[in-house]
Design a binder for this molecule. Structure first.
Ligand SMILES: [Zn+2]
Length: 337
């Protein structure tokens, strides 16, 4: 049952009010990625009463996530719960009055196009530039604002991208050196994540409420450990010949990305194989020959020697413990035949 007191403090806030609150309930946000950035953004927007939240993530919860990724628990680690599912189950307990849709997939040009079209805005909570460029092209193709966010170590950066107005991610990268463009091995602290999320979700609320004059037009960069905060005017970075946001866009990342079949996951010592979809029960019995199988409704996994194989419902397989595509494929085909 709806309790109006839930949003009382937010409705007192001048920027939102009663009308704005009703507006938020009619809006749809797509969050791509449900790690540190995504789980926190999702919680913030769930509590704020955004009516429809779709969360896409390809991964499951592991021990190394708990240090900074909100919503997840040790139980989720033990059960190898997909992050989107684990997050959604907590979010539904926080706010049962909104729709939360978890999607366990690896974002590709094909599958992400549908979700971007459905949403009012997109929040970038990914950990890689391949997916960010995909979001960038789709957001411009379907004219959806999106909020870029990244963090590494104690640093972070965010930027609000509005098709037809601001420079896009591709334009931005031509003028600003971006960290996170390569595999990071320097770790990350929770506060840096929260700082990025704070900026991203505030911008998301402004976009949803069409508070156009309040949108931050600058690139925000900070380093919490070294007490460095900076906002940079990047408006002149927009290029008329940009292939994503220019006058004759070709959206190059949409065709490039769909070709990627097998890849090494950045900084994860893991290879992801996109293969045929097999019924999980079938895989479970095949894997039983190799060792103790762990299964839930979304994936099955087994440890073989120093490697762990995780088969997802959508036909993807993670081979943890290697950066060799050749080794990963050999093991994969040994099992699926
Ligand atoms: Zn551009």
């Amino acid at each position: 049952m709806s309790d109006i007191n839930r949003y009382h403090r937010q409705m007192l806030f001048q920027g939102i009010g009663q009308e704005g609150q009703a507006h938020l309930l009619s809006k749809h946000v797509l969050i791509v990625g449900c790690g540190a950035l995504g789980s926190s953004s999702a919680e913030m927007l769930t509590r704020a009463g955004v009516g429809n939240i779709t969360i896409i993530d390809r991964d499951y919860v592991e021990w190394t996530n708990l240090q900074r990724q909100h919503l997840f628990t040790e139980d989720d680690v033990h059960q190898q719960t997909p992050k989107a599912i684990a997050a959604a189950s907590k979010l539904k307990k926080i706010n049962s009055e909104i729709d939360i849709c978890p999607v366990v997939i690896d974002a590709t040009a094909e599958n992400l196009a549908f979700y971007v079209q459905e949403a009012d805005i997109v929040i970038d909570a990914t950990d890689n530039f391949d997916t960010r460029f995909l979001i960038n092209d789709l957001a411009h193709k379907y004219r959806k604002p999106w909020v870029f966010g990244a963090c590494v170590g104690s640093s972070g950066m965010t930027f609000t991208i509005i098709p037809g107005q601001t420079p896009c991610l591709d334009c931005l990268l031509k003028v600003t050196p971006m960290f996170g463009a390569t595999c990071d091995a320097v770790g990350v602290i929770g506060p840096a994540v929260q700082m990025v999320v704070t900026h991203q979700t505030t911008e998301a609320l402004k976009l949803l409420l069409e508070a156009k004059h309040k949108i931050n037009s600058k690139l925000i960069i900070f380093d919490l450990w070294n007490n460095h905060y900076q906002t940079i005017d990047v408006s002149r970075a927009k290029r008329t010949n940009c292939t994503s946001c220019g006058q004759a866009p070709t959206y190059p990342h949409l065709s490039y990305h769909s070709r990627t079949k097998t890849e090494v996951l950045c900084g994860r010592d893991t290879v992801q194989i996109r293969g045929k979809q097999y019924p999980l029960e079938m895989l479970e019995s095949k894997l039983a020959h190799y060792g103790e199988v762990q299964a839930n409704p979304f994936l099955v996994s087994v440890d073989i020697d120093e490697k762990r194989l995780v088969f997802f419902q959508d036909g993807r397989t993670f081979v943890h413990g290697t950066n060799s595509i050749e080794d990963a494929k050999k093991l994969y085909y040994q099992i699926v035949g």
